[in-house]
Design a protein. Structure first.
Length: 205
């Protein structure tokens, strides 16, 4: 596809770097922007630029934040004694859409996967341990993808924290084994949150 403008070509190239965006879709998006008012396009550009420059990660849960602490951790109505452990920020968003969880989160930033070179030290497990040792947390809910790597991560964290006498639960397996939390429908995920199970009932010692 030969384009008549180098600027157009450059814009299409940048948009096509986004996941799930092919060259034709990128061209359609760029042409759409060209039809918009200049002020709207400038605002769009400014928001994207500020997003990359100013976005932070919550010092408590490692979720995306505008400042040192994310808005979820700041909500006084949230249960401070209930922490849901997830792999990624996308999982936080998925669970929040269900409106079934009123505790706090902890984003690991991945799961333990030796074959991929990801060990406990590459994740935020130590920060989770410090939170748990603070004396406020009473229950930890594991909402990790139902895979061997996810189960390994649950087992590792539970062994690290079992001396604290916490309640360890995992979301009910409405999410199929080998599936990904991000792609579960809201109803299935909501039921899994409500019907969470003790980890002892799920992972064999």
């Amino acid at each position: 596809m030969n384009l008549s403008s180098q600027l157009l070509e450059a814009a299409v190239k940048e948009f096509s770097k986004l996941p799930g965006i092919g060259r034709k879709t990128a061209l359609r998006l760029v042409l759409h922007l060209l039809k918009q008012d200049r002020s709207d396009v400038e605002q769009f550009s400014e928001v994207i630029s500020r997003l990359r420059k100013e976005i932070q990660f919550c010092s408590t849960c490692f979720n995306i934040a505008d400042g040192e602490t994310c808005q979820i951790c700041q909500q006084p109505s949230r249960r401070k004694d209930l922490v849901c452990v997830v792999e990624s920020i996308r999982d936080v968003i998925a669970i929040e859409t269900t409106d079934q969880f009123n505790g706090l989160y902890h984003v690991l930033g991945g799961i333990i996967s030796p074959l991929d070179g990801i060990g406990p030290n590459q994740l935020t497990i130590e920060s989770l341990c410090k939170r748990a040792e603070g004396g406020v947390v009473r229950e930890i809910v594991f909402a990790l993808n139902p895979t061997i790597q996810g189960d390994t991560t649950i087992y590792y964290i539970r062994k690290k924290l079992q001396h604290l006498g916490l309640q360890f639960t995992t979301i009910a397996r409405g999410v199929s084994f080998g599936g990904e939390l991000e792609y579960a429908d809201e109803m299935t995920l909501a039921k899994s949150i409500r019907n969470r199970l003790p980890v002892d009932n799920y992972i064999k010692q």
